[in-house]
Design a protein around this ligand. Structure first.
Ligand code: CDP
Length: 209
């Protein structure tokens, strides 16, 4: 079974994807990490984020060691990731790897922004996870506080709004639900309730095939 989870920043898609993967015993790819690692590599080499040539070679040269999560999760890295993610050549450089992961014979769970629309348009189940910007900013604030970062709620809300705009308005693979995606609004749901709702969507989709 191939499950595609998309949605905006801090909507809960990563947690839902991880939990579904554990539940069904499927491998999971958080595709945001590919863009975060590309941005990190560029910043580490002192390159500008919008330098297309450097960005493409950073994306092509990603190696396992670049996925050390602690260096990729900070507040500014999500922002940097969304800048490199708007470069079509960077997206193209990362497509094959994601499609190969999605075509594993046992199935997979992938989460990101364009899984249901571009990476795996034939996925068995597509879920678009969303929540109000305020609820997402609150979650991100909690997450960052847990990582020991100083938290400024208005700045986080501002980041989320800016990122929503950049991700939805870019020309290549913009953030949007696939026509056949089920929308899961987690604004008023805790993690357990959101996971239960996602599981119900998957179970229904399976029963229908
Ligand atoms: O956890 P959060 O949603 O904040 O971030 P993420 O999923 O790690 O994604 C970081 C950024 O990478 C997003 O704002 C997108 O611009 C970009 N991204 C993308 O364009 N396509 C994907 N499949 C995944 C992430």
């Amino acid at each position: 079974m191939l499950i595609a989870i998309d949605g905006p920043a801090a909507s809960g898609k990563g947690t839902i994807a991880r939990r579904l993967a554990a539940h069904f015993g499927l491998p999971h790819l958080d595709t945001g990490l590919l863009y975060r690692a590309t941005a990190r590599a560029l910043l580490d080499q002192g390159s500008k984020l919008d330098d297309v040539e450097n960005a493409v070679s950073a994306a092509r040269g990603l190696a396992l060691l670049d996925f050390e999560e602690d260096r990729l999760r900070g507040r500014e890295m999500g922002e940097a990731a969304s800048v490199v993610a708007a470069i079509p050549e960077v997206r193209a450089a990362l497509i094959d790897m994601q499609r190969a992961f999605a075509s594993r014979p046992q199935g997979a769970v992938l989460d990101g922004r364009d899984i249901g629309t571009v990476i795996a348009p034939k996925a068995d189940v597509k879920i678009f996870v969303t929540a109000s910007p305020e609820a997402r900013a609150q979650r991100r604030a909690l997450e960052l506080r847990g990582r020991g970062e100083k938290v400024d709620y208005p700045a986080i809300l501002d980041d989320i709004r800016k990122r929503d705009t950049r991700d939805s308005e870019r020309a290549d693979a913009p953030l949007r639900p696939a026509d056949d995606a089920k929308i899961l609004d987690t604004t008023d749901l805790n993690i357990e309730a959101a996971f239960a709702a996602a599981l119900e969507i998957v179970d229904r989709a399976e029963a229908a095939t």
